[in-house]
Design a protein around this ligand. Structure first.
Ligand code: JFZ
Length: 421
């Protein structure tokens, strides 16, 4: 809907010698938290008594709300429940390694202290504080990489920003004017005032040629050479690939990449969406994405008061408990060498295959075809250091211990010698 370019146009597959020198932490991180938070969070998927389902952050567009009306919402936006320490602690407890939050989404409202516009949380709301300052500190102090989402092209508040077709005529817009006077100066603020950023997450590119995009990137890189830029900066540029929303590639991918998922059916908070993925579903997603070599960035949508939905909090904590026991199979792993099986998926570290049992066979027997390396031992993470296994030619058979029924996903570690081909 929002794209001016297709995924293919947005990405050239790149080889490892072109990788960003700071890509290592990202490849090891595996689990990120995405946060969509803005004025739309207060609207919560409702406008003038009518409900809108999915993508709550798009309500201004969905309901064709004029800027003059939408911007009035800022006067009553007062997120007094926001607590940076709580959010960052939840992320840490969930086993999250990086956080990316919307500094400005398509609605055009700045959720940080911006001198570029008055339409920001400090000047336009009764809250008057900069939540991003606090969040940058709280995450960094816990060793969590912090980053900003910034909608660099779509800005429905600006006469020259992309894609507000209900207040303006798109054909009369001067995108360059918008880039020069809002997007670039704001990105400079974000990359100057919040300490080292792990990521700048661009979205839905438009209005720039490839050459202009290159210049745009070069200018920003000077401010923070270590920050990673998402592929949605456009034209096949950026430091790692983002798949389309809720998409896992079919085959393992070598370069750095990320799958992004909503927790319920929306990015921005919606008060009538209870379709939250369970802890089991989250763990299985994480294992599936890691088995292809990628990161999972899972979204949470805090409400307009700054509260993270109770199910997001509860289910993330349970995910964190699983990771505390099984994280060795996720963090720092690379894609699995055992292809997906009816019982589950695998991840790798040198000399080890981690078998994630997502569907436990009723007889407890795992069959792993094509395991043509010498198996030394098989262990269960957080369980027995040695479990029975047999080799029949290239077929490895493992007998899972009884019990484990409550485990969201049992992980077997196969220690082997030689090369799995
Ligand atoms: C964009 C936004 O429009 C949306 O509100 C949300 O922030 C999401 C994370 O990103 O939506 C997109 C952008 C790209 C694709 C899909 C949805 N894509 O490439 O498949």
């Amino acid at each position: 809907q929002a794209n001016s370019q297709t995924m293919d146009e947005m990405w050239d597959s790149r080889s490892s010698d072109q990788e960003h020198p700071n890509i290592g932490w990202f490849k090891d991180a595996k689990f990120g938290m995405f946060i969509h938070w803005g004025l739309y969070s207060k609207l919560a998927g409702e406008w003038k008594g009518k409900r809108y389902y999915g993508s709550g952050e798009w309500i201004m567009n969905q309901a064709r709300i004029p800027i003059a009306e939408y911007s009035k919402e800022a006067a009553t936006f007062n997120p007094t429940n926001f607590d940076a320490e709580k959010w960052a602690q939840l992320a840490e407890d969930a086993g999250i390694k990086y956080m990316v939050i919307t500094a400005k989404h398509h609605e055009g409202f700045s959720m940080y202290d911006s001198k570029v516009t008055d339409f920001d949380i400090v000047e336009a709301t009764p809250y008057k504080k900069d939540p991003m300052k606090a969040l940058a500190e709280s995450t960094r102090k816990r060793g969590i990489q912090f980053g900003f989402y910034y909608s660099q092209f779509q800005d429905w508040y600006e006469p020259n920003g992309g894609k507000n077709t209900w207040d303006f005529d798109e054909s009369k817009k001067d995108y360059q004017q918008y880039y020069n006077n809002k997007a670039i100066p704001q990105l400079k603020e974000l990359m100057t005032n919040y300490g080292p950023l792990g990521i700048v997450w661009f979205d839905t590119p438009g209005g720039l040629t490839k050459e202009q995009t290159n210049d745009f990137i070069k200018g920003l890189r000077k401010l923070q050479p270590n920050s990673l830029f998402s592929s949605r900066v456009g034209h096949g540029l950026g430091d790692y690939r983002d798949y389309g929303d809720s998409e896992i590639p079919a085959t393992p991918i070598k370069g750095a990449w990320e799958s992004i998922y909503t927790h319920n059916d929306s990015w921005g908070y919606i008060n009538h969406d209870m379709n939250f993925k369970t802890p089991r579903e989250i763990v299985h997603l994480l294992a599936q994405v890691a088995s292809k070599g990628g990161n999972l960035m899972l979204n949470v949508g805090p409400d307009g008061t700054g509260k993270i939905p109770e199910y997001s909090e509860k289910f993330l904590r349970e995910t964190g408990k699983w990771l505390a026991r099984n994280g060795e199979s996720i963090y720092g792993s690379t894609y699995g060498l055992v292809p997906a099986q009816p019982w589950g998926v695998s991840t790798s570290k040198p000399g080890k295959q981690y078998l994630h049992v997502l569907n436990r066979p009723l007889d407890g027997k795992l069959v792993i075809p094509g395991f043509n390396a010498n198996v030394k031992s098989v262990a269960i993470l957080g369980g027995p250091a040695s479990v029975p296994f047999k080799k029949r030619g290239d077929v490895l058979e493992i007998t899972l211990p009884a019990g484990e029924a409550a485990n969201l996903a049992t992980v077997c570690v196969v220690n082997y010698a030689g090369k799995l081909a």
